[in-house]
Ligand binder design. Sequence first.
Ligand code: NAP
Length: 281
Amino acid sequence: MLLKGKPVADKIRADIIHAAEEYKKTGDTPKIAILRVGAREDDIAYEERVLKNCRAVGIETEVVALDLNIDMESLTKEIKRLNEDVNTHGILIFRPLPAHLDTEEISRIIDPRKDIDCMSPVNIEKVFTGDSNGIAPCTPEAVIEILKFYDYDLQGKNVTIVNRSMVLGKPLAMLFLAENATVTICHSKTKELKEVTKRADIVVTGVGRGKFFGPDYFTEGSVVVDVGINFEDGKLCGDVDFDIVSDQVSAISPVPGGVGTVTSMILLSHVIKAMVLQKKQ
Ligand code: NAP
C-alpha cells in the first residue's frame, strides 16, 4: 500500500477550514505571524508556501520581515508584541536564526500557546511528559497522523525510528509511546541496523541520505514511513530506495508526496490548536 500524504493533508485541511469558519462566526479570525530575519532564498520560498496554504484555509497572515543585523533586544520586542497581540494566534519564527542571535533565549520568549512550530521548551517538555495540551513538532506529528489515517493500530507495535534528532526521532518516540507502541531509536552508531529494522512492524527513516535503505532493511510485513528529503541527480527522493523497496514491503510513504505534504498542513492545524489553548485561559 502506498501511504500517500495528500488524502491525509486534505482531511486536515477540511478540518482547519471548518474550525476557521466556526471561529469567524464568533468574530475571531485565525491569524499567523511569520517572523523572518533576513531574506534567505529558502526562507522566502517557504514563506510563500505557508502564505498560500494559509490563504486556502482562511487563516490570516502577517509577515514580520526583520533586518539581518537585528539585535536581540529589538527581536525580543517584536516577539513580545506578537505574544501580546490578541489577534495573533500562531507565531512561526524561521530557523536557523543568524549566528549572532541566541536561539535558545528566543525559544524561551515565544508564548508557548502561540508556538506553532514547537520551539519553546515548555512545548517540548509537554511532548516528553505526554501532556496533550502542548504543541508538538510538526514532522513527528505528521508521521503519526499518516499511520492513523491509514488505520494502523499502533498499540503494542514494534516501531524503529532511524534518527535521534530533536526535530524528529526523540519527540516522535514520545508520540509513539503515547500510542502504546514499543519504540527503538537508531542512529549512526547503531550496530546491525538491518537486523533492528527488520524486527520492527513500523520503520521510520530520517537519516538524510538518498536511497540509503534498500530491500535488505525490511521484510514483506514492514510498514515504512520515509521522512528523508534528499536530492539525487537534481531529483527529490527519500531515504528509502523506493523503486526497489516499494514492491517488497507491506506499505510505504512516497517522497515526494508523503510526510512533507502532511507536515505543512499540520503546521496550519497548530494555529487552530493554539486558538483553542488561548481561549482556555
Ligand atoms: P539530522 O539531525 O542530521 O539527523 C539525522 C539522523 O540520522 C541522526 O540521528 C543520525 O545519527 C542518523 N544517521 C545518519 N547516518 C546514519 C546511518 N548511516 N545509519 C543510521 N543512522 C544514521 O537530520 P534531521 O534534521 O533530523 O532530518 C533528517 C531527515 O529528515 C533529513 O533528510 C531532513 O531533510 C528530513 N526532514 C523532513 C521533514 C519533512 O517534513 N518531511 C522535516 C524535517 C526533516 P547520529 O545522531 O548518530 O548522527
